[in-house]
Ligand binder design. Structure first.
Ligand SMILES: [Zn+2]
Ligand SMILES: [Zn+2]
Length: 335
């Protein structure tokens, strides 16, 4: 069937975002023949597709999470032709290998962002604005209350907490998502303060990062003979409240997440500390990415969808939403 040039280049279907002109899906949530994957978080990269296309930088992390898949890879910026549609992947700055998908067909350009952040991060390629007629954006933190401090300042807070605990002979247990956040923390903290111990779920992703050429400080397992009372322990949120933590005796705990920006989030979870660190763009970051895409039309996929659509319409842009299955925190946390 001839593609209808007046139809949208990407539309939402029950299997996921679909480009009919090239007959492929982007981050589909049901099994499809050909899936273009923005990044390896569980809500975007699922099992069961026939063929996967992703960035070369995401090869090791995708395989660490999905096992033996049929994967084609592209370098950032390298174009490929899929059924007459030009497809290329551009840095999203979110986690290792994360990409925005640029789709060009008969002069029309769409960019699907997946998840992104605009602050630079030594564990992945820095976000690159891509011009488009239509920009499909996330809005995980799309409210004005979400404004991040520079990561260097957050790492200094974490170092100070860890140092004080080490001086008091107390283990520091820091909860963070096993893929992406944990490695960003590893690369950002001062590893001279004490040993760094990682939960098995975190260590599996550390191995994939190291295999991909990302430099991370030395890490130990809980079974290794290290001074636990001076250690920083990185564990996934799912380890909270489990017997696994008992081995550390007296410890202080913290959580590194963008959600810690919300007043009361830390207290409600009865954590000692909350560190505001996100792998998603904050409100100014989302605005900047949308502005720099120069898109006149913006489609919002997940997060604070309604407020973002309203705000975009107020700016004179044509905005609407796709109801997707992205943004599931359990899927992001799953290791
Ligand atoms: Zn993600
Ligand atoms: Zn996501």
């Amino acid at each position: 069937m001839e593609p209808n040039p007046s139809a949208d280049l990407v539309r939402n279907t029950e299997r996921g975002l679909y480009c009919a002109a090239g007959d492929f899906h982007i981050d589909p949530w049901r099994p499809v023949t050909r899936a273009v994957i923005t990044h390896a978080h569980g809500d975007h990269a699922r099992r069961g597709h026939g063929r996967y296309l992703a960035t070369r930088a995401s090869d090791a992390v995708l395989r660490a999470r999905l096992g033996d898949i049929s994967l084609d890879v592209l370098d950032y910026g390298e174009p490929i032709d899929i059924g007459g549609v030009r497809v290329s992947l551009h840095p999203a700055g979110h986690v290792l290998g994360s990409a925005q998908v640029r789709i060009e067909h008969r002069g029309e350009v769409w960019v699907v962002s997946g998840d992104y952040k605009v602050e630079s991060d030594p564990t992945c390629a820095v976000f690159e604005p891509v011009r488009a007629h239509t920009f499909v954006t996330e809005s995980t933190f799309g409210l004005p209350v979400y404004r991040w401090h520079r990561a260097s300042r957050v790492f200094a807070e974490i170092d100070a907490w860890w140092s004080a605990n080490a001086a008091a002979g107390r283990t520091s247990v820091l909860f963070a998502y096993a893929f992406g956040k944990a490695q960003r923390l590893l690369a950002g903290v001062d590893a001279s303060i004490g040993p760094i111990v990682c939960h098995g779920a975190v260590e599996a992703l550390n191995a994939a990062y190291r295999a991909s050429g990302v430099s991370l400080p030395a890490t130990a397992r809980v079974t290794d003979p290290v001074a636990m009372d001076r250690a920083l322990v990185l564990a996934p949120p799912s380890a909270r409240g489990t017997p696994w933590l008992r081995r550390f005796g007296e410890y202080s705990d913290g959580f590194a997440s963008g959600w810690m920006r919300l007043r009361g989030a830390r207290r409600r979870q009865s954590l000692d500390r909350g560190f505001v660190l996100s792998d998603h763009a904050d409100w100014p970051g989302l605005q900047m990415a949308i502005r720099e895409s120069a898109a006149q039309r913006v489609i919002v996929t997940h997060g604070y969808v309604a407020p973002m659509v309203r705000w975009l319409n107020e700016q004179g842009l044509q905005a609407n939403a796709f109801a997707t299955e992205f943004g599931d925190e359990a899927a992001e946390a799953e290791s």
